[in-house]
Design a binder for this molecule. Structure first.
Ligand SMILES: C[S@@+](CC[C@H](N)C(=O)[O-])C[C@H]1O[C@@H](n2cnc3c(N)ncnc32)[C@H](O)[C@@H]1O
Length: 188
């Protein structure tokens, strides 16, 4: 299910404030993200969601943003600094096919995978990592772009997530996206 990676320059378009008119990060995330949370965001690009996540988790929370393209992360850090949010955001590059988040095992409240799963080289591996990183009852929102990801492909991802130990909670309505909210099924 792995596809090609979105070119770095597209990051500027994805992070434009105009996108808010179509996909408002705060409105999308508000039901599940609260102050003090630890959030893992694979594939943040230049931080369209990351900055809002950092605002929402507040001074006591943090966001760990893992992107394979250093240029995306560099722009994300620049934007975070301009917004005074850099202390709440940690950026990382993945380790090979893995995100490399073993140190976060059981510490993450929320995983945001927005428009990224179809680009990952190993969906099963990602889901296992996300599951391992989440606290018991922690949640994960997977949102995939309708124009890239078919209903069938999304259903396959959801089935793999269930095999990895996630339960489907709901299918939120997000413009232009196929979206499923999952929760960690088992308890530690
Ligand atoms: C389509 S962009 C979405 C960016 C952002 N989530 C948004 O909605 O604006 C996909 C992002 O995933 C990143 N990506 C692709 N493969 C990745 C991998 N294996 N690990 C981490 N990030 C990856 C790309 O570099 C790109 O920044």
């Amino acid at each position: 299910m792995s596809q090609c990676v979105c070119p770095w320059w597209l990051g500027y378009f994805l992070a434009t404030p105009l996108r808010r008119l179509y996909q408002d990060p705060r409105a999308i995330l508000a039901p599940w993200v609260y102050e003090g949370m630890t959030v893992l965001e694979p594939g943040p690009g230049m931080g369209f969601f990351t900055l809002e996540l950092a605002r929402m988790v507040g001074q006591t929370g943090r966001v760990i943003a893992v992107d394979v393209q250093p240029r995306m992360l560099e722009a994300l850090v620049r934007r975070a600094k301009r917004a005074g949010l850099e202390d709440r955001i940690e950026t990382r590059e993945p380790r090979g096919e893995a995100l490399g988040v073993e140190d976060l095992a059981g510490k993450v409240d929320f995983v945001l995978a927005f428009a990224v799963v179809h680009e990952l080289p190993n969906t099963k591996g990602f889901l296992a990592e996300a599951h391992g990183a989440l606290k018991a009852g922690g949640r994960m929102l997977v949102a995939e772009p309708k124009h890239h990801v078919s209903e069938v492909a999304m259903a396959e991802t959801a089935a793999l997530a269930e095999q990895a130990g996630f339960a489907r909670e709901e299918t939120p309505t997000i413009r232009g996206s196929r979206s499923v909210l999952f929760s960690r099924r088992d308890s530690r």
